[in-house]
Ligand binder design. Structure first.
Ligand SMILES: CC(C)(COP(=O)(O)OP(=O)(O)OC[C@H]1O[C@@H](n2cnc3c(N)ncnc32)[C@H](O)[C@@H]1OP(=O)(O)O)[C@@H](O)C(=O)NCCC(=O)NCCS
Length: 164
């Protein structure tokens, strides 16, 4: 793929919940939530979600929301890029795209969680912090014992910002 010019970034639409759900299924180690969850993200939360489309196919998705009561902090939930499109900075482009929307004009801090073994995800957020020239910090958030018996790595909270 020669992605950079051919991939369009935009708001999702409700009917894209299903193809987004399918993309998430193609992107381990992401937790696969129900299709219903992705219909909600693609409708109620569309202002803070991004679809990346190439040749009428969804090749990337970023889900995020403004933290209730902390509207200046965008929590980035899942970032997924189809395997064939990886390694070209598409995840970072989706981050920059959502931050540039008028809906996010007041956002000065990004939070996300990363499981310790997910180096590509960590790199995406490191690159973003460098790009906006912001400090980043890391703390304990969802610990292994919170998941009960479920086999799940801890989710560490990464905070980038404030950058303004
Ligand atoms: C994490 C993910 C979203 C990154 O997307 P991306 O558009 O490829 O991001 P980048 O191009 O900035 O690459 C980020 C890192 O991925 C790694 N990478 C590069 N090419 C890669 C490839 N072809 N395949 C896998 N990882 C690759 C590198 O470590 C890179 O860091 P570097 O630029 O410092 O070398 C993507 O790998 C993905 O969808 N992974 C599965 C789902 C997931 O783990 N999501 C993140 C948790 S929310």
């Amino acid at each position: 793929m020669t992605e950079k010019l051919e991939i369009q970034l935009r708001l999702p639409n409700l009917e894209e919940g299903k193809p987004v759900h399918e993309l998430i299924q193609r992107c381990p180690p992401l937790d696969v939530n129900s299709s219903y969850n992705y219909f909600l993200l693609c409708s109620h939360f569309r202002d803070t979600c991004v679809v990346a489309e190439a040749n009428d196919r969804i090749v990337g998705f970023l889900s995020a929301y403004l933290i209730p009561g902390r509207a200046e902090t965008l929590f980035v939930w899942q970032v997924a890029v189809d395997e064939a499109a990886r390694g070209h900075g598409l995840a970072g482009r989706m981050l920059e795209h959502v931050m540039a929307r008028p809906f996010c004009a007041d956002v000065h801090t990004l939070e996300t969680t990363i499981s310790p073994s997910n180096l590509p995800s960590r790199r995406v957020f490191q690159h973003y912090a460098e790009k906006v020239g912001a400090q980043s910090s890391e703390e304990t958030f969802i610990e292994v014992h919170h998941f009960g018996g479920e086999a799940h790595e801890e989710e560490r909270l990464i905070r980038i910002g404030p950058w303004k």
